[in-house]
Design a protein around this ligand. Structure first.
Ligand SMILES: Cc1cc2nc3c(=O)[nH]c(=O)nc-3n(C[C@H](O)[C@H](O)[C@H](O)COP(=O)(O)OP(=O)(O)OC[C@H]3O[C@@H](n4cnc5c(N)ncnc54)[C@H](O)[C@@H]3O)c2cc1C
Length: 380
């Protein structure tokens, strides 16, 4: 594995990090309180090339190295984790399967405007009664002469309240089990589609999460993404990429908590000296650094292997668990370093602590990831 970073990559990543700190970080508190991602955040990220850097030129993107993408994602999560989540669901979870499995027409219709910041996408797998147990989804699409009729309900979907379009997983052949799930690209303005209000959440409040209902929604044959019956595999492949994204999410949030803690510990005094001089505090800060560096190495390993074209399997689960649980531990320690002020919204670490808590839940809970790792280890 070669993790050396070229001077050009370092310069690009540093410029992007500066942009995130100057433009997005100052808006993060208002984003949390305003319960939606400011349009300006989307526009600024578009201007900085963040959306296009994830796709090749053939679909209107531009190539950057995998290292720049990794560093840019960390910087975005560090500046505003809610913006990371919403843009990630749109550009990554929605855009990636269209890019990999979509037809030329689907890419022209949906991917081009997505990369030009003209539309927002979402990824609809979870349902009110089916999260980890994906096979239990009930949404179904029935074949007609003209195309398909979609019925069902999705829940806990990032961007559902504000998205223009979604990739939606539905059974087209229930008897075939997961081999009967198909992915559809659905224009959310189609008659029969309705959506819930955004849920009130513990953290990542700027990122709108909600439900979608499909009642006799008529879709053309051109709404099928990839092959019939391949939707489960396509969704799992998409989530494998998403796990690397969740590593960057955890690392970025933890970095923000670590920076705030170092700064606070050198300024706050107790017993006549900065609290940073107290062993109980400076060990916490040292532990933060150890954990962040460990998580970053795991995430880089996954990103590098993915870049080599490898199937990641359980190493993505290992990294996802470590990075997201690390972020919970680090933000918890950061609140402790800030004492009572860390428990108020005067302190950034209060929001970071709430935001970090999604990590071990979203895109495959820690429990199911541990299951996958154990199965890989024990069953070979
Ligand atoms: C903010 C937010 C954004 C989200 N965005 C999206 C999105 O864009 N698209 C989307 O499709 N979904 C999204 N989700 C849904 C998310 O992926 C699910 O919440 C997650 O997969 C868990 O499913 P569940 O909530 O139904 O929990 P359940 O599956 O009901 O799990 C409940 C508990 O049981 C445990 N459990 C369940 N099965 C097992 C098992 N076999 N072994 C061990 N433990 C088990 C779980 O780990 C968990 O602790 C989002 C969720 C949140 C909170």
């Amino acid at each position: 594995m070669d993790f050396s970073t070229s001077p050009d990559d370092v310069a690009a990543a540093t410029a992007f990090d500066r942009f995130c700190q100057e433009r997005l970080a100052p808006r993060a508190k208002a984003t949390d309180e305003g319960l939606s991602i400011p349009k300006q955040n989307w526009a600024d990220l578009h201007e900085m090339g963040f959306f296009k850097m994830h796709y090749p030129e053939e679909v209107g993107g531009f190539e950057v190295s995998w290292e720049v993408r990794a560093m840019a994602q960390e910087s975005l999560a560090k500046a505003c984790a809610a913006t990371f989540l919403s843009t990630g669901a749109s550009i990554g979870l929605f855009g990636a399967p269209l890019f990999v499995y979509g037809s030329k027409e689907q890419k022209e219709r949906w991917l081009t405007p997505l990369l030009n910041n003209e539309i927002i996408g979402c990824f609809g797998l979870t349902e009110p009664d089916a999260g980890t147990d994906v096979q239990a989804i009930r949404t179904s699409a029935k074949k007609t002469d003209k195309g398909w009729i979609l019925n069902g309900e999705k829940a806990l979907i990032t961007n559902a309240p504000c998205a223009d379009v979604g990739v939606i997983m539905a059974y087209t052949d229930k008897a075939a089990g997961v081999g009967g799930v198909t992915m559809f690209v659905v224009d959310l303005k189609t008659p029969g589609v309705s959506r819930s209000k955004p849920y009130k959440k513990m953290g990542l409040r700027g990122s709108e999460t909600g439900g979608l209902v499909f009642e006799d929604v008529e879709l053309g044959n051109d709404a099928v993404v990839g092959e019939l019956g391949q939707g489960f595999i396509q969704a799992m492949q998409t989530l494998e990429l998403g796990r690397i994204g969740m590593c960057h999410f955890g690392i970025g949030i933890a970095e923000a908590a670590y920076d705030a803690s170092r700064k606070y510990a050198t300024q706050r005094k107790a017993f006549g000296k900065p609290i940073a001089r107290l062993q109980a505090v400076h060990f916490k800060i040292a532990d933060m650094k150890i954990e962040i560096d460990g998580a970053r190495l795991m995430a880089r390993q996954c990103a590098w292997r993915k870049h080599q074209g490898e199937h990641l399997g359980s190493i993505a689960s290992v990294a996802k668990i470590y990075a997201t649980e690390m972020a919970v531990r680090v933000t918890d320690a950061a609140v402790q370093v800030h004492g009572g002020w860390g428990y108020t919204d005067d302190s950034v670490v209060e929001r970071l602590y709430r935001d970090a808590r999604l990590g071990p839940i979203g895109e495959g809970t820690s429990e199911i990831q541990r299951e996958l790792i154990a199965r890989d280890l024990l069953d070979g």
